[in-house]
Design a protein around this ligand. Structure first.
Ligand code: ATP
Ligand code: MG
Length: 235
């Protein structure tokens, strides 16, 4: 099957004060399979966030192409990229950025409204919070929830508008291993039931092989690709 997203020969260069180039991402090619969990691992500064930001059309590469379902997304037209970000993808960050004065339900609903979702808001918000195991905490405020629960609200928020792809940058960095594994379990359930693909970055060696595919980055390059999960059986 065609991958949902393909990055080909992607380069991102920064220049230091004396004008010398620094390759944050250097000729990276990767594919995100449909209905898969892809892990992007690598040391601090290896280029993971830079790569994620380009694949999610937050940032533009200096060269190379990124396509999602045959549509090129690394185009200068900000409107096209914004449309892609708003409708096709969801984003989860390391520091959970819930709106502190809104409860879990309101946080998810607010984001659903911004996406222009066509459908019943209440039904979808309740469905998403139930999927992440927070049915009983729907009306809790962020300060009344643990870090892991808040991250699950953030996941519900990221999936509410039915994106095809979810980008998660270090989503488990502030969680202990046990809680991190619960988040991974939520990801896997979503892949199965919501028909999404998820790509996440991590430093946590305990999570390198929890996905279907793991790419390893070093100094802006991919230095390894490991097929770790169920996709292995079909290859
Ligand atoms: N806007 C920028 N200007 C200059 N250099 C940058 C910029 N953004 C990132 N870099 C550099 O590019 C390299 C890759 O950064 P990136 O944030 O992608 O790393 P990372 O793998 O996500 O690291 P971490 O695990 O710490 O989050 C780093 O050396 C960083 O300093
Ligand atoms: Mg990073």
């Amino acid at each position: 099957m065609e991958p949902i997203l393909t990055a080909k020969d992607v380069v991102k260069v920064y220049h230091n004060l004396s004008g010398e180039p620094f390759y944050a991402v250097s000729h990276v090619s990767m594919e995100i399979e449909r209905r898969s969990l892809t892990i992007l691992r690598g040391r601090s500064g290896s280029g993971k966030t830079t790569m994620l930001n380009m694949m999610s059309a937050l940032d533009l590469p200096d060269s190379g192409t990124i396509t999602c379902e045959e549509i090129q997304i690394n185009v200068p037209d900000e409107k096209i990229r914004e449309q892609f970000r708003r409708t096709t993808i969801g984003y989860i960050f390391q520091a959970v950025a819930l709106i502190p004065i809104m409860n879990a339900y309101e946080n998810v609903e607010f984001s659903l409204r911004l996406s222009g979702y066509q459908g019943d808001y209440r039904e979808r918000v309740e469905e998403c919070l139930t999927k992440v195991g927070l049915k009983d905490r729907m009306y809790h405020m962020p300060y009344e929830m643990s870090g892991g629960e808040q991250q699950r609200v953030a996941i519900a928020r990221a999936i509410a508008h039915k994106p095809k792809l979810i980008f998660a940058d270090e989503p488990t960095a502030e969680l202990d291993t046990q809680t991190a594994l619960q988040v991974i379990k939520v990801f896997k359930d979503l892949i199965e039931k919501e028909d999404v693909s998820i790509i996440m970055t991590t430093h946590d060696a305990g999570l390198f092989d929890v996905g279907d595919v793991c790419y390893e980055m070093e100094d802006g390059q991919i230095v390894g690709k490991y097929v770790t999960g169920r996709n292995n059986e079909s290859k």
